[in-house]
Design a protein around this ligand. Sequence first.
Ligand code: NZQ
Ligand code: ZN
Length: 392
Amino acid sequence: MLNFIYCNKTQYVYGEGEHRNTGALLAPFTSRVLLHYGGGSVKRTGLYDAVTDSLRTAGISFVELGGVKPNPSIELVRRGVQLCKEEGISFVLAVGGGSVIDSAKAIATGATYEGDVWDIYTRAAKPTAAPLPVATVLTLPAAGSENSPNTVITNEATGRKLGYGNEALRPVLSIVDPTLFPTLPPAQMAYGACDMLSHIFERYFTNTADTDLSDELAEGTMRTIMKQARILRREPQNVKAWGQLALCGTVAHNNLLGVGRAQSWACHALEHELSAVYDVPHGGGLAVVTPPYMELVYRYNPGIFAQWATKVMGVAPDRDTDAVIMEGIRRLRAWYREIGLPQTMGELGIPAGADFTAMAHAACTVHGGTTLPGVHPINEEEAAAIYRAAAE
Ligand code: NZQ
Ligand code: ZN
């Protein structure tokens, strides 16, 4: 196990009906917020009315900015930053999924910075002050942004989708109410479950030794995600299953499962290029790149992949190691199919003529290096091979 520091400041409020307490829960933190939300689901479901009523009851005033779209755009972030500066707002409340929360974190970052906030995402600049505090009411369990220090933003003008992490961006308060999730379309449940699983893969498949506790916690969380997603595929209104899946989504990405481990994030870098260029859902892109990625890298550390295949995918260790691992990957594909995820670039809507060489270059150089880390560093040729394998 590697040395680490783990600090998680989020006040995490879980429970059926808790969204109605948003105002009361926020009152100890602030009396005025920027209320940030997405493209319309919060109004259709009645959540907007419930949250704004609770803010008024608690004496919290708000200025609102809706319209966040999936793969959130830097353009709306810039408007949010301007609004905070003009209105003297010093707290951002995100009501939505990962895109709304990430956009809120970007606004929180830009509101205390004089220059263009995109420069912080490209690493051309560093923040000069702490970001504004952020709170969330989660409407979609998936990205884990309700308890992560990360934000991912797309710049359509430059065709880049970039992440930024800052411990100060972990929300001060997150409300996770499973009664808000049954309005989600089945595809979003599948994308979300796939994303959660990938957040664990990126940490679990490591060359770091002596990680028994985080291995076991990760394996239990992976099994629970797969089980609850299967239940929700059959019973999309099952609030108990939504609650269990949501807790997995938070644990999958708040880095408790990643402490002391060298992490990868290769599949995320590969996927972010797909959603930057083709605006595909993040979870769908992950389902397409993950199996060919595993097939390419498993031989560099067959031990951890065989452990996953047996303990998570239920493969009997009664054959040679390669066969155990390949059966694990086959079962992963079958689970993706079962819950309704795409399997190929074509199913994701990415054309056969896509420039995989250019995307591989962009993915491998995104963090300033030339390869993507993991049990085996992926170079540009290997990244392009993964994209091409997913296109077949
Ligand atoms: O915009 P509205 O109308 O609200 O509709 C949204 C959106 O179209 C809809 N939705 C959300 N809650 C709903 C609902 N529809 C009905 N009922 C509800 N209760 O769902 C659609 C997708 O929402 P989005 O927020 O885009 O999905 P998700 O939560 O999967 O977030 C994806 C984004 O998070 C980033 C991804 O790259 C992607 O941009 N990630 C953020 C991470 C982080 N901050 O730590 C880590 C992840 O790896 C990921 O990269
Ligand atoms: Zn993700």
